[in-house]
Design a binder for this molecule. Structure first.
Ligand SMILES: C[S@@+](CC[C@H](N)C(=O)[O-])C[C@H]1O[C@@H](n2cnc3c(N)ncnc32)[C@H](O)[C@@H]1O
Length: 919
């Protein structure tokens, strides 16, 4: 069934179905030059075009979120995914590549050989529910056109029989806390780059912050840069950026176009659109949608989950009618385990249902009596984010009040929740939801629930697989050799963190104590014995001494001492509270206590905040999103920045490249030093004058950490992000290089983050080379003009006719020039009385100053160019391209974009060099 249209061809907003203006078929084909089109047709027969930038949906949403994986519900919903991105900076690129890998996917079958009853075996929910996703429903074309079986469509009997081409199977890990896991079912070693599986989410939603930028059907991100090789982007204005159109029914969900809307309508949106509208009409929840008082990402995800389950339920009923038992509910519940902490779970079990009921009733009651005060607000303040989310979910999916209890408590009689409690659903989403991320914008764009294979992948701090998002699908690839029968793992968090940090994060967000080899090799708690064979088996890089995590150590605090040996770890400090360590190299004794370290950290945080503030001062446009696009548009300094900019170093002679202010650099350097005890690498060739503003003297710091501390990485990352957003390209390049080398040191094996950082480095280098080229071209043109104007100057005056001079004076006297008539005549007289000698001297001084300035600029430009040239061999390292291929597939779009950047860089450098050589 397609979204119905009313007689005007418009969406019947309240008729359960959004649609498009009928006239749109007679209109010219959608043209990306038009502004965003609002599918809202309640008010106008023609589709309304709506500029996204003016839309309230974007105006009030939270800033683009960085994310962690999986999605963490227990945080404040407004901050969901704001943890440092780690793996979450992975891409979803567009889906062109999907076609390429489709063939491979057909080779992959999923085996689930755990013991089951015969009835369970034939109705495994993983196959059933996931399968329904790919079934053609309501005329939705099945995404896979080939007749070859794909995992989700594979009949259960085939699933369990296994196949010679099976790559993965699910079985027990043998550890009670790790439960089941995904194992290699291949007969041979799986090599890096192998595609293990592709999976479409059971449900997925675009997050609040990205709703108006990311299509809710194909997950194409309008902020994503269009590759030079991307044919679809050819001819698009705005650097190929598209605008989205909005569903007229709920006015919440956005799509690329009608095709995407219809696709999503059939799959999900027809099940949720009316619910959102109902919730919008509910006084208690209206503000959530209109004023964004609550992040609705998980609300919408749960709604989709609930509705989807209803559908599955119906199909189960059908199967039951055909004489088969419905094992789905039980088994799906088995897949989802709770992700909340014990206290919250208990509270929700005991009071959750009543509390939400009370919240909704109280609120409605208060609204109707128009009493502003106390209790409802008090209750609201007390509420945990989860219960609020649940309340909004209920307003979307449960209509009669009497059904609420059933929904919340999961009575078997309840038709809406399908037997499981609504609260359970939110827990499940919390434990199994994955934050979907876009690599190019480095932001979290959505939340997806992948239940077929991804749900069974356990975490490791040294994973052998990575996953990347491609549209609504997730792809999982091998990044290190995997032996037959070996467990396949991914990292749920940023691997760069120290053992202490990683373990804390896993505990807080995912509620388990990590049992991976790295945590055994470098235990966060020094009292836990080291298992030093765990990591050696899987690493071909030199390993640190067990328990001496180079990322989390303190080194000698004597700045004169160059030893980088780890003298103590943070874990030791947290156990002993106070430690005294003596450096073997210089005998200097360092005394550390937790308070001191804490102060040090606070100091650094304050400096980082100051650094960000100073960086932002320099620019009037804080458009991080567009800055990420690295468009070659010149960064014009704001008037304020230009005012302050008199003492700014002109880097590379390019007035088009903003530099961080001396103050910002000072903050950066201070923060770096506070964390590490040493100065950051601010390359003198690049930072020129800026560096001289910074003192190079190193004083002793009571705390010196090993340089790879997570905080340093965060500082570098902040520096990079800020520099990119302010178009401080030289500084951004430096930070990118630093980040790249850090990532190389801390990630074992291939990792997408390494390659994406290399991509940024190459891209910024290319950008600078192109700016240099532009500058040099402009300089040649200017110097040609200068020659002409110099000649004009010399010819000026005496050569001009009396008539012409008189005419000028007359014009000036009539007020066309500046100053009063008398002043102008005086000036003219003065000029005329100046001796030819004076004039010549003045002209010469002017020319000399100009030449001096040009010389400095040329010198600076050629230095920058030399520096960029030194980067070329590093950028051309075949290992980088290999990294791309492993993580994104051999024909990945990013690899070809990278190659393009390399070529462009070399060409720009070649031509930019010409003018300087000529002089
Ligand atoms: C996405 S599920 C993975 C599948 C799960 N093992 C199962 O049997 O359903 C995540 C859960 O697995 C467990 N887990 C995953 N990785 C682990 C690890 N490295 N150490 C301990 N437990 C882990 C935790 O209980 C975590 O909440």
């Amino acid at each position: 069934m397609l979204p119905p249209q009313d007689s005007h061809g418009d969406t019947q907003a309240n008729a359960s179905s959004p649609s498009f203006n009928k006239t749109s078929s007679t209109k010219p084909k959608r043209n990306y030059r038009t502004k965003a089109r609002d599918m809202d047709s309640d008010t106008t027969p023609e589709p309304t075009f709506q500029n996204l930038s003016n839309d309230t949906t974007t105006a009030t949403t939270t800033s683009p979120q960085k994310s962690s994986l999986p999605y963490v519900e227990s945080q404040n919903a407004q901050n969901l995914g704001e943890v440092y991105p780690g793996l979450a900076r992975l891409s979803f690129l567009d889906q062109a590549e999907q076609e390429i890998d489709e063939q491979q996917q057909h080779q992959i079958l999923l085996k689930i050989p755990r013991a089951q009853s015969p009835s369970q075996k034939s109705h495994d929910p993983l196959a059933q529910e996931g399968g329904s996703m790919l079934e053609a429903q309501d005329n939705v074309p099945a995404p896979v056109s080939s007749s070859a079986p794909v995992p989700t469509l594979t009949p259960p009997s085939v699933l369990f029989a296994g196949s010679p081409t099976s790559l993965v199977e699910i079985h027990d890990t043998g550890s009670s806390s790790r439960g089941r896991g995904l194992f290699s079912a291949a007969k041979e070693t799986l090599k890096p780059g192998t595609l293990l599986f592709k999976e479409l989410g059971y449900c997925q939603v675009v997050n609040d912050a990205s709703l108006a930028q990311v299509c809710s059907a194909c997950f194409k991100d309008t902020r994503e840069e269009q590759g030079e090789d991307d044919k679809a982007s050819a001819g698009l204005p705005n650097g190929g950026q598209r605008k989205l159109v909005r569903c007229a029914g709920c006015k919440v969900i956005w799509y690329c176009n009608k095709t995407c809307q219809i696709k999503d309508w059939k799959l999900h949106h027809q099940l949720e659109c009316q619910g959102i509208q109902k919730s919008l009409a509910n006084l208690a929840t209206k503000d959530v949608w209109t004023k964004h008082t609550l992040d609705t990402t998980s609300v919408r995800a749960i709604c989709r989950l609930v509705r989807r389950r209803e559908r599955v339920r119906a199909s189960a009923k059908y199967k039951a009618d055909h004489g088969k038992v419905d094992p789905q509910q039980k088994q799906v519940n088995e897949v989802y385990v709770s992700g909340l902490d014990q206290r919250e779970e208990e509270w929700l079990d005991n009071h959750g249902a009543d509390w939400i009921e009370r919240y909704l009733n109280t609120y409605e009651h208060e609204q109707s009596e128009t009493t502003s005060s106390s209790s409802a607000k008090g209750v609201l303040n007390e509420s945990s984010q989860l219960t609020k989310v649940m309340a909004v979910v209920m307003s979307c999916v449960v209509s009669p009040k009497e059904n609420r209890q059933n929904f919340l408590k999961g009575s078997g009689a309840d038709q809406t929740s399908g037997g499981a409690s609504g609260i359970d659903l939110i827990r499940k989403l919390s434990a199994y939801g994955f934050s979907m991320t876009n690599l190019e914008t480095t932001t979290a764009v959505g939340l997806g629930l992948y239940i077929q294979s991804m749900a069974f992948m356990n975490h490791s701090c040294v994973p052998n697989c990575v996953y990347i998002f491609k549209g609504p699908k997730v792809e999982c690839r091998v990044i290190r050799d995997i032996q037959p029968g070996e467990e396949m793992t991914i990292s749920y968090i940023d691997q760069v963190g120290t053992t202490t940090e990683r373990q804390r994060q896993l505990k807080e967000q995912y509620h388990f104590v990590c049992e991976c080899p790295l945590c055994h090799f470098l235990p966060a708690n020094p009292l836990i014995p080291v298992k030093d064979d765990t990591l050696k088996e899987m690493s071909d890089v030199p390993l640190p001494k067990p328990a001496m995590d180079p990322k989390q150590g303190f080194v000698c605090s004597n700045s004169a001492c160059r030893s980088r040996t780890i003298l103590a770890t943070e874990a030791q400090l947290s156990i002993y509270n106070k430690i005294q360590v003596q450096c073997m190299e210089c005998n200097h004794t360092t005394e550390l206590d937790q308070e001191l370290v804490q102060e040090n950290q606070e100091d650094a945080d304050r400096l980082v905040a100051g650094f960000v503030r100073e960086m932002n001062k320099g620019s009037s446009s804080h458009t991080k999103r567009s800055a990420r696009n690295f468009e070659l548009a010149k960064a014009t300094a704001s008037p304020e920045a230009q005012d302050q900019g008199a003492d700014k170093p002109v880097i590379g002679g390019m007035k088009t490249v903003q530099e961080p202010s001396a103050q910002a650099l000072r903050y950066f350097k201070e923060a770096y030093k506070t964390l590490t005890g040493v100065s950051p690498r601010l390359d003198s060739r690049v930072d020129g004058d800026a560096l001289s503003l910074l003192s190079n003297t190193e004083e002793d710091r009571p705390v010196r950490r090993s340089v790879l501390h997570h905080a340093v990485r965060q500082l570098e990352q902040t520096g990079f992000d800020e520099a990119v957003s302010q178009k401080n390209w030289v500084f951004a390049l430096q930070r990118s290089i630093e980040l790249e080398s850090m990532l190389k040191q801390v990630y074992i094996g291939h990792h997408p983050l390494k390659s994406i950082q290399s991509y940024y480095t190459c891209k910024i280098a290319n950008l600078l080379a192109n700016l240099l080229l532009e500058e040099s071209t402009v300089e040649i043109e200017e110097s040609d003009q200068d020659k002409d104007s110099d000649l004009d100057d010399l010819d000026d005056g005496p050569a001009n006719s009396d008539d012409e001079r008189d005419l000028k004076a007359l014009r000036a006297a009539m007020g066309v020039g500046s100053g009063s008539m008398q002043e102008q005549l005086m000036r003219k007289k003065r000029r005329e009385s100046e001796s030819t000698e004076d004039k010549e001297l003045k002209k010469k001084a002017k020319l000399d100053a100009k030449k001096d300035k040009k010389r400095v600029q040329e010198q600076s430009s050629s230095e920058l160019m030399k520096y960029l040239k030194t980067l070329v061999p590093k950028i051309e390292d075949p290992q980088i391209l290999q990294e791309f291929r492993v993580c994104w597939g051999k024909d990945g779009k990013l690899a070809s974009r990278y190659r393009y950047q390399v070529d462009s860089l070399k060409t720009a450098l070649h031509y930019a060099e010409q003018p300087f050589v000529q002089k």
